[in-house]
Ligand binder design. Structure first.
Ligand SMILES: CC(C)(COP(=O)(O)OP(=O)(O)OC[C@H]1O[C@@H](n2cnc3c(N)ncnc32)[C@H](O)[C@@H]1OP(=O)(O)O)[C@@H](O)C(=O)NCCC(=O)NCCS
Length: 220
């Protein structure tokens, strides 16, 4: 396993995911998305396939002393029309198989990030976002996009429209356990996608977020 990035205390390393990790990755997925529809969860078979489709886009975080796989992220390359960004998660990820990965695609699409609950708050998502942004820069892509799940929305949905909730999170007046963390990593909100996926914690919404490659001059 080649270590791509180390945590500041050197306890954890980001590596490229390997087929033998698939069961551990599935366990992280199940622990990370307890209210996501079963049909939309990434399984061990999917994770195994991803390592063939686009190995560089699959990242895992390993605790170096124990070898335990504790976090992961999933990405593929795609072309984008930012004027028409409405879509469903399952269409984007080809039912979680990533078979529409486009080797010439000029954007990296973030399908998934999850940190095992016992390892949250240790900066592991920060490590994974850095690894993904480094990949965008190394491949000379335009940037990184994702459909963020605003998982703090459910308790507010009687009182606030999703647009109001997201605006408050962006202004830092409310904390969302997913979107606030992504904003800290430099992502911007591009738009809101109704019926992005099937998860009551985020009212089925996705928030389309963008991080642009700072190396590309005039990156629109
Ligand atoms: C969202 C998630 C990936 C964050 O992972 P994490 O490794 O715990 O996050 P980090 O430790 O890297 O924290 C990132 C930042 O958020 C802050 N943060 C994390 N949890 C926080 C909380 N509960 N309250 C306030 N701030 C928090 C950290 O302090 C850090 O900020 P800093 O860079 O200014 O220090 C993780 O909670 C998770 O796996 N959730 C379930 C899966 C999911 O929803 N994925 C996203 C799908 S779109």
């Amino acid at each position: 396993m080649r270590e791509i990035l180390l945590s500041p205390d050197q306890r954890f390393a980001v590596v490229q995911s390997e087929p033998w990790m698939a069961q551990a990755l599935e366990a992280i997925q199940q622990a990370s998305f307890p209210s996501l529809s079963r049909d939309e969860l990434i399984t061990a078979e999917h994770y195994q396939a991803h390592t063939q489709v686009f190995p560089e886009g699959q990242h895992a975080v390993v605790e170096r002393e124990t070898g335990q796989v504790v976090a992961c992220s999933t990405d593929f390359r795609t072309r984008l029309d930012l004027k028409h960004y409405q879509h469903r998660y399952m269409e984007a990820v080809a039912n979680n198989w990533l078979s529409n990965h486009d080797p010439q695609g000029d954007w990296l699409y973030g399908a998934d990030i999850g940190v095992h609950p016992a390892f949250r708050g240790f900066g592991l998502s920060t490590l994974l976002y850095t690894a993904r942004q480094n990949l965008v820069q190394r491949l000379g892509l335009k940037g990184h996009v994702a459909g963020a799940m605003p998982k703090g929305f459910a308790p507010y949905q009687r009182d606030l429209f999703i647009e109001q909730y997201v605006a408050r999170v962006v202004r830092g007046e409310m904390f969302d356990p997913v979107l606030s963390i992504q904003l800290k990593r430099g992502y911007c909100v591009w738009g809101i996608i109704p019926d992005y996926l099937d998860d009551p914690s985020c009212g089925n919404y996705g928030v389309f977020i963008i991080w642009r490659n700072p190396d590309l001059k005039g990156n629109p």
